[in-house]
Design a protein around this ligand. Structure first.
Ligand SMILES: NC(=O)c1ccc[n+]([C@@H]2O[C@H](COP(=O)([O-])OP(=O)(O)OC[C@H]3O[C@@H](n4cnc5c(N)ncnc54)[C@H](OP(=O)(O)O)[C@@H]3O)[C@@H](O)[C@H]2O)c1
Length: 301
């Protein structure tokens, strides 16, 4: 089969189409003919080596075998339509799923993929935040794959949603999805006027994460940390967390069948981004890394 792999960390062009043996499912696993592949920001970080630098203790991010493990949707030989995380090659024509979830027929392939890892992340982040009606919540990268779902979940929960992103068209999308207030964090002094927030959903890292942290309501605020898209970790000290009486909540790898089913059941509006042929996986990575996309980026074999 055809797959996309890489042999060294580097820019998107290290991704190459290669011919590899068809994968063989183990006991309890399913082989699917892949109909669509979801691209996640984390895969760009694995390919570039950023993830290996930031999380060296995680074997899953080292990328040493050059496979792009990814979320896929496809059909089994006996006609079941399943989606899940591929155990081996994910950017590929065939994939093996260990924990495939059956997708309801009324949900399209691309919509379903938008609710897989990103849906699981949004569901788990909301649960961990203990968000309550009436609270103020700041969502970073609010027009992205995870962010666009978090805006919707938080608005439905009765929170006052402040969507933060770069550029007016992303902020306009966040408003359409239910955000009550918007702020462009690429502008200097962007936190002025935002006011205190009870919850931050933080995925951007660096100074944006730091400034978001400083918006937390002392004695009550919670910051759910699930990404460093700009490659720089959030820099706060335990003394600051202690002295402000706030919580930092880390979130890693929330993809479980239960979270996927919950994301599917919520009836969220999946935001679809660009679709690329599998052979153009490098272009898909470039689009995500250059912050050009909103919503879900898809590859089609
Ligand atoms: N912890 C976990 O298990 C887990 C699971 C899934 C996703 N994640 C993380 O969640 C975040 C969102 O993932 P996603 O797949 O939905 O991606 P995404 O939000 O669709 O894309 C990333 C967004 O991050 C923002 N960003 C800010 N600074 C950036 C920079 N220097 N370079 C690139 N992007 C930058 C951009 O939005 P603006 O232009 O609006 O700033 C960009 O569109 C990522 O950080 C990802 O690693 C973590």
């Amino acid at each position: 089969m055809r797959a996309v792999r890489f042999t060294e960390f580097g820019p998107a062009d290290v991704l190459r189409v290669v011919d590899v043996p068809d994968p063989v499912p183990g006991p309890g696993e399913d082989l699917v003919r892949v109909t669509a592949i979801g691209v996640n920001y984390g895969e760009t970080s694995i390919r570039s080596g950023k993830a290996a630098r930031l999380f060296p203790w995680h074997a899953a991010v080292r990328g040493t075998d050059g496979r792009m493990g990814a979320e896929v949707i496809g059909v089994t030989a006996d006609g079941r339509r399943l989606m899940g995380a591929a155990t081996g090659d994910g950017y590929a024509e065939l994939a093996v799923l260990g924990n495939g979830v059956e997708v309801p027929p009324h949900v399209g392939d691309h919509e379903a993929l938008a609710l897989l890892l990103q849906g699981s992340t949004a569901v788990q982040a909301t649960r961990r935040s203990r968000l309550r009606a009436g609270e103020r919540v700041l969502v970073e990268a609010a027009a992205g794959g995870v962010g666009s779902l978090l805006v919707q979940i938080a608005a439905r929960a009765g929170a006052v949603v402040v969507a933060a992103a770069r550029g007016e068209h992303k902020l306009a999308l966040a408003r359409e999805l239910g955000a009550h207030e918007t702020v462009d964090y690429s502008r200097a002094g962007w936190t002025e006027g935002v006011g205190e927030v009870d919850v931050v959903f933080s995925s951007v890292g660096g100074s944006v994460a730091r400034q978001s942290f400083e918006l937390l309501r002392p004695g009550a605020g919670r910051l759910v940390l699930f990404g460093f898209a700009n490659g720089e970790p959030l820099d706060v000290t335990p003394a600051e967390v202690f002295g402000l009486g706030v919580e930092l909540i880390g979130l890693w790898n929330p993809l479980t069948p239960e979270n996927v089913r919950e994301a599917l059941d919520l009836g969220l509006k999946p935001v679809l981004g660009p679709t690329f042929p599998l052979a153009d996986a490098a272009r898909a990575h470039e689009a995500l890394e250059s912050r050009a996309t909103t919503g879900k980026v898809i590859l089609v074999p």
